[in-house]
Ligand binder design. Structure first.
Ligand code: NI
Ligand code: MN
Length: 225
């Protein structure tokens, strides 16, 4: 399974004919050199919450590719008002897609959608737990440290994608506490170094990992899960 990072919280997951992109913040993303046109054959778009650095270029990507958008009910309703179609889910819900199952996980964060000077209701922020051919990948979205993460230990997660940049989400210290609760086999830090207010270096996070494999991906790099 091919997992590619594009900076901030943007990942693609590819397995066979499935190509999912999570939180497609591409054009405005200072860490991402790729453009929307570089993403070919996307089959599914996953959006963790309504903030602009996560919805990103979802509309353009969906229009171009015809990919199915998966997000909470409020975000799907918002995107349907723009003529797109999606699959609505919500926190705690699991659904079997043709490529595998997806469960929406809780996140401690907002989800407002800012458009034309006003904030629209984007429901609750979440994350996604993927089970694709027996490989479990958890994308936490934006979240503070929360006790809900204890529930993920039983999932026996292969790869966790966790925000570490602080200010809006967990910093490296809290992300290490999250790792101790989740106990994934491997972890890739995200949501750092994009903006001045976010921590720029993941070094202290890697140093603090005990018995869990820390994987460093520069934007554009690939990990085989
Ligand atoms: Ni956010
Ligand atoms: Mn964010």
């Amino acid at each position: 399974m091919r997992v590619q990072y594009f900076g901030h919280s943007v990942f693609t997951i590819e397995q066979g004919s499935f190509k999912g992109i999570i939180d497609p913040f591409i054009e405005g993303n200072p860490l991402c050199d790729a453009t929307v046109d570089d993403f070919k054959d996307v089959t599914h778009l996953f959006i963790t919450h309504g903030h602009g650095d996560h919805i990103g270029d979802a509309v353009a990507l969906a229009q171009k590719s015809g990919a199915l958008i998966v997000a909470n009910f409020e975000i799907i309703t918002y995107l349907e008002s723009k003529g797109l179609s999606g699959h609505a889910m919500h926190i705690g819900g699991k659904h079997a897609f043709d490529f595998g199952t997806v469960k929406m996980t809780p996140a401690l964060h907002g989800s407002g959608i800012f458009e034309e000077g006003t904030m629209q209701d984007g429901g609750l922020a979440g994350g996604f737990l993927f089970d694709i051919d027996g490989v479990k990948i958890y994308h936490a979205g934006d979240t503070g440290l929360t006790m809900e993460m204890q529930l993920l230990e039983e999932e026996e997660i292969d790869l966790a994608l966790l925000p570490i940049g602080g200010n809006f989400t967990m910093d490296a210290d809290d992300a290490l506490r999250a790792v101790r609760m989740i106990k994934p086999k491997a972890v890739i830090p995200m949501h750092y170094g994009t903006f001045e207010v976010l921590d720029s270096s993941p070094d202290s996070f890697y140093k603090g990992l005990e018995g869990v494999r820390g994987i460093h991906l520069a934007p554009g790099e690939v990990y085989e899960a």
